[in-house]
Design a protein around this ligand. Structure first.
Ligand SMILES: Nc1ncnc2c1ncn2[C@@H]1O[C@H](COP(=O)(O)OP(=O)(O)OP(=O)(O)O)[C@@H](O)[C@H]1O
Ligand SMILES: [Mg+2]
Length: 422
């Protein structure tokens, strides 16, 4: 498989890391005052003199996902030619394991003529389940005793249980990247891939990434997958942006007014598209839109066929049938023969059925939580999770009960509920 672009384009040096100047200067100054580092590097980056910096036993880089925390530490190790001993908190959960890995790393002498060693505890806030007790203490012990620099990263280090870690460390905040900065990086990637990308298209990806460069680069790679070499705003519109929350009124309007089958079908790529809700609304809006009996009947016929697929999917979990259901329910309802010109404003009524659906609100809320969680942790958009990953997960879960158990643990939703959500 080709290298993921987030790796291919991961900055190799401090200079290539976009923005985050504060973090780069502080981290470099800390290394340069307390440890051995090349003179040119210190002259360029390590000039901050500050008691807080020189006295800190460790550095904790804090900030939202995908802004360069891990990247900066990797780049630092390269810049100063240190060997990186890296522990990802989600791999290493026990004190024993932490001591073992770091201990071994520090004992063994480095090959390749490294100038020193640097310990990175990546994502320390991943240490949140019960079994981690002891993990935090082990990290603290290493900070206090090891003679080598220890850097940590976290999304949210302000949890009270990290207090002891924060007291020992210099906390450096990284900021969300601005839209312009994300666009700059995306442009570089496009150039690197030999692709022609419209500025507006990149801007749209940047906007929906909310400053998460990893998500932005992943999205770009998805858009340019299959060897595509051109990216236009229309491509993006077709798939749906990451965040615009379309109301059900807008969704219905797009479906009924779509000029082509695909245009109606594309509505399902929108993250706010919820097919269960759509069915309810379609059911009551069809006769409002297609006043003629014959057209109403055709549209209902297609919706009912879609519903048969949905019923089958629910019974048998054959999610691969969902595309058929959606094509019938969206394209099928939208493209009826001899369709009249629709008025610019259609008054869609609020479906009575929704009152009944209130019962299932909690289920849908949980499903959303699950989707959000997956999107955030896999760094992809919610629409991708909704359109593809949920089905993969449900298939995996059917064969391997551990999948459900692990999700249940991370989400705090009981496993029976997760089973029903998938
Ligand atoms: N400031 C930046 N300059 C250039 N590229 C960046 C920057 N930040 C992130 N990236 C790109 O995004 C990818 C992910 O960044 P990184 O792994 O450093 O994120 P992170 O802040 O550690 O996120 P997380 O909290 O999820 O671990 C990198 O491989 C790189 O391609
Ligand atoms: Mg990281």
């Amino acid at each position: 498989m080709a290298l993921p672009w987030i790796e291919k384009y991961r900055p190799k040096s401090f200079a290539e890391v976009v923005d985050q100047e504060e973090a780069k200067y502080t981290l470099a100054s800390w290394i340069c005052t307390r440890y051995k580092a090349p003179r040119e590097f210190c002259a360029r980056w390590g000039k901050k003199r500050d008691k807080e910096i020189s006295e800190a036993k460790a550095v904790l880089l804090a900030g939202p996902p995908g802004v360069g925390k891990t990247t900066i530490v990797h780049a630092l190790a390269k810049e100063i030619n240190y060997e990186l001993i890296e522990l990802n908190a989600s791999d290493v959960r026990t004190a024993e394991r932490i001591k073992q890995v770091v201990g071994r790393g520090l004992r063994e002498s480095s090959l390749f003529g490294y100038g020193g060693k640097l310990v990175l505890f990546d994502e320390v806030d991943g240490l949140h389940v019960k079994e981690d007790l002891g993990g935090l203490e082990a990290i603290i012990e290493i900070i206090e005793t090891a003679k080598v620099p220890v850097v940590m990263t976290a999304n949210n280090p302000y949890d009270p249980k990290f207090r002891p870690l924060r007291d020992l460390s210099l906390v450096v905040n990284l900021k969300k990247l601005s839209e312009d900065e994300v666009v700059e990086v995306l442009k570089r990637v496009c150039t690197g891939e030999g692709a022609k990308c419209e500025e507006e298209a990149l801007r749209s990806i940047a906007r929906s990434s909310l400053g998460d460069l990893r998500a932005a680069i992943n999205d770009l790679q998805m858009y340019l997958s299959g060897g595509r070499r051109v990216l236009t705003v229309d491509d993006i519109k077709r798939v749906g942006e990451r965040n615009p929350q379309l109301s059900m009124f807008e969704i219905l309007d797009r479906v009924y007014k779509a000029r082509w089958f695909d245009e109606a079908r594309a509505v399902s790529f929108n993250p706010s598209f919820d097919w269960e809700q759509y069915f309810v609304w379609a059911l009551e809006s069809i006769p409002v839109v297609y006043k003629e009996l014959e057209l109403t009947s055709v549209a209902y016929d297609r919706l009912s066929k879609a519903d048969m697929f949905i019923g089958r999917i629910k019974r048998t979990q054959e999610w691969e049938l969902l595309p058929y259901a959606l094509e019938l329910a969206l394209g099928g309802v939208s493209q009826v023969k001899n369709k009249p010109r629709l008025p610019p404003f259609i008054k869609y009524g609020f479906p009575q059925r929704l009152l009944l659906l209130a019962r299932t609100k909690e289920v849908r809320r949980r499903r959303e939580t699950l989707i959000e969680y997956l999107a955030q942790n896999l760094h992809v958009s919610q629409s991708l999770v909704r359109a593809e990953l949920m089905y993969v997960l449900s298939a995996l879960a059917r064969h391997n009960p551990h999948v459900i158990e692990r999700l249940s643990k991370s989400l705090g939703i009981n496993s029976l509920d997760i089973k029903n959500l998938l």
